[in-house]
Design a binder for this molecule. Structure first.
Ligand SMILES: NC(=O)c1ccc[n+]([C@@H]2O[C@H](COP(=O)([O-])OP(=O)(O)OC[C@H]3O[C@@H](n4cnc5c(N)ncnc54)[C@H](O)[C@@H]3O)[C@@H](O)[C@H]2O)c1
Length: 357
C-alpha cells in the first residue's frame, strides 16, 4: 500500500511525499484552476507528458512546455518563451503552472509563475533529491544572467509540492549523491538522527530505492519547512540553511560551475567545521564526523590548495555577505548553529589549509 506524508510549511502549503502521487495534484492546485502549464526539461519529456495527460483527464485545460535541461533553462530567453506560451493560451490569475523537474526547472517555472500577471499559482513536482529537500521548498525562485547565478528572482511560495520518490530512480547516481550533501547539512544544523541513519548504512543511502531514503527526505524537508516558515525572505533564521555554502559557492565560482553544487557544499561544510574548531567553538569529534559521514557517501572533503586569493575574493563578493564583513554559519555543537562574523583572516586561511590537498 502506498502511504503519503504531508508536511505543512508554516500553514501556507503542504509538501506531500510518497510514490505514485499524481492523484494528489488537483488537490494541491486548489479550487478555481482551469488552465495548467506543465513545464518540464527535455530529460523528462515522458514524465512531463504523463502529468499533462493526467491533468487533462481530470478536466483541466492542460498544456506542456519543454525547456532545456539544467542551468540552460534558467535564462531570460527561456522565461520569455514561457510567458509567450501563457499569453497565447490566455492564462488568467486563477490558472496555474506545474513544474516537473530538478531545481533548475522549479526555479525557472516558479519565477515565471511569480511574474505572470504579478503572480499565479505554482505547484512543484521535484524529480531530483536536491529539488525535493531544498529547491522546491521555501519559495525562492530565480533565473541567471550573464553576470551571475540567481541574480534575478522573486520570493513566491508554491501552492504545494509533490515529492514522488519513484521519479528519483532515473536520476544519475552523481546527481543523487550531490543531493545527499544538503541532507547531511540538515543533519548537522538541526536533526542529528539524519546522521545516525546515514552512518547505519551509507551504501544503501546512496541508492534512491534504499530503505532510509524516504525518512531522510522527510526529515530534511521538515528541517527546511521549520526554518522557512519563520523566515521567508532570509532576514534571520533561514541563514542556517547556508551552512557550508559560503565556501561552497566560492568553489563553484572558481571552478566556473563545472563542480556539482552538492560536492562544493560538502567541502564547504568541512571548511566551516574546521573554522569553528579553530575559533574554539567546535569539538574535534564533530569535525571528524563531518569528514566521515561525507566520505562514506562518496562526497569530497578536500579541494586544491593553490586557490586561496580567488576563493577569498569570491567569498567577499557572495550575495549573502553584508557589506565587506564575511559571515559564516558555524556550529557550536551538533544541531547548534551560530554565526561567526568577521573572523580573523589568519583563521580563514588556516581553515583552508585543513581542507587543502
Ligand atoms: N530555490 C531554491 O531555494 C534553490 C535551492 C537550491 C538549489 N536551487 C537551484 O537548483 C538548481 C540545481 O537543481 P538540481 O540539482 O535539481 O539540478 P537540475 O535541475 O539542473 O537537474 C539536473 C539534471 O538532471 C535532469 N533530471 C532531473 N530530474 C531527473 C530524473 N528524475 N531523472 C533523470 N534526469 C533528471 C535535469 O533535466 C538536469 O539535466 C540550481 O539552479 C540551483 O540554483 C534553488
Amino acid at each position: 500500500m502506498t502511504t503519503t506524508t504531508r508536511i505543512g510549511v508554516g500553514g501556507d502549503y503542504d509538501v506531500v511525499v510518497g510514490s505514485g502521487l499524481l492523484d494528489e495534484l488537483p488537490d494541491l492546485l486548489g479550487a478555481g484552476v482551469q488552465r495548467v502549464l506543465v513545464v518540464h526539461p527535455r530529460a523528462l519529456a515522458a514524465t512531463g507528458e504523463g502529468v499533462r495527460e493526467a491533468l487533462a483527464a481530470k478536466g483541466f485545460e492542460a498544456y506542456a512546455a519543454e525547456v532545456p535541461d539544467a542551468e540552460e533553462a534558467k535564462t531570460a530567453q527561456v522565461a520569455a518563451f514561457l510567458w509567450g506560451v501563457l499569453g497565447q493560451a490566455g492564462f488568467t490569475r486563477s490558472d496555474a503552472v506545474v513544474a516537473v523537474g530538478g531545481g533548475a526547472t522549479t526555479d525557472l517555472a516558479g519565477f515565471v509563475a511569480a511574474t505572470w500577471l504579478r503572480g499565479i499559482r505554482v505547484v512543484h513536482v521535484p524529480t531530483t533529491l536536491l529539488g525535493m529537500v531544498d529547491a522546491a521548498v521555501g519559495g525562492k525562485t530565480g533565473i541567471n544572467t550573464p553576470e551571475g547565478k540567481n541574480l534575478v528572482g522573486a520570493f513566491h511560495p508554491p501552492a504545494g509540492v509533490l515529492c514522488d520518490l519513484a521519479t528519483l530512480e532515473t536520476l544519475p547516481t552523481n546527481d543523487f549523491v550531490a543531493g545527499l550533501a544538503e541532507v547531511v547539512k540538515c543533519g548537522f544544523v538541526a536533526d542529528p538522527v539524519i546522521l545516525d541513519l546515514v552512518e547505519s548504512d551509507p551504501e544503501a543511502v546512496r541508492r534512491p530505492d534504499g530503505p532510509h531514503v524516504r525518512e531522510l527526505v522527510e526529515r530534511s524537508i521538515r528541517v527546511k519547512a521549520d526554518v522557512v516558515s519563520t523566515d521567508l525572505t532570509e532576514q534571520g533564521p533561514r541563514e542556517v540553511l547556508n551552512y557550508g555554502h559560503t565556501f561552497g559557492h566560492a568553489v563553484e565560482q572558481v571552478e566556473r560551475f563545472a563542480f556539482r553544487h552538492g560536492a562544493a557544499v560538502s567541502i564547504g561544510m568541512v571548511y566551516v567545521a574546521e573554522l569553528a574548531r579553530l575559533a574554539g567553538t567546535l569539538d574535534d569529534d564533530v569535525v571528524d564526523r563531518h569528514r566521515s559521514v561525507l566520505t562514506s557517501l562518496g562526497l569530497p572533503v578536500t579541494y586544491r590548495g593553490d586557490r586561496w586569493p580567488q576563493l577569498l575574493d569570491a567569498m567577499k563578493r557572495d550575495k549573502k555577505s553584508r557589506g565587506s564583513l564575511l559571515r559564516f554559519v558555524v556550529l557550536s555543537g551538533l544541531a547548534r548553529p551560530t554565526r561567526l562574523e568577521g573572523p580573523d583572516p589568519a583563521l580563514l586561511q588556516a581553515a583552508y589549509a585543513e581542507v587543502s590537498r
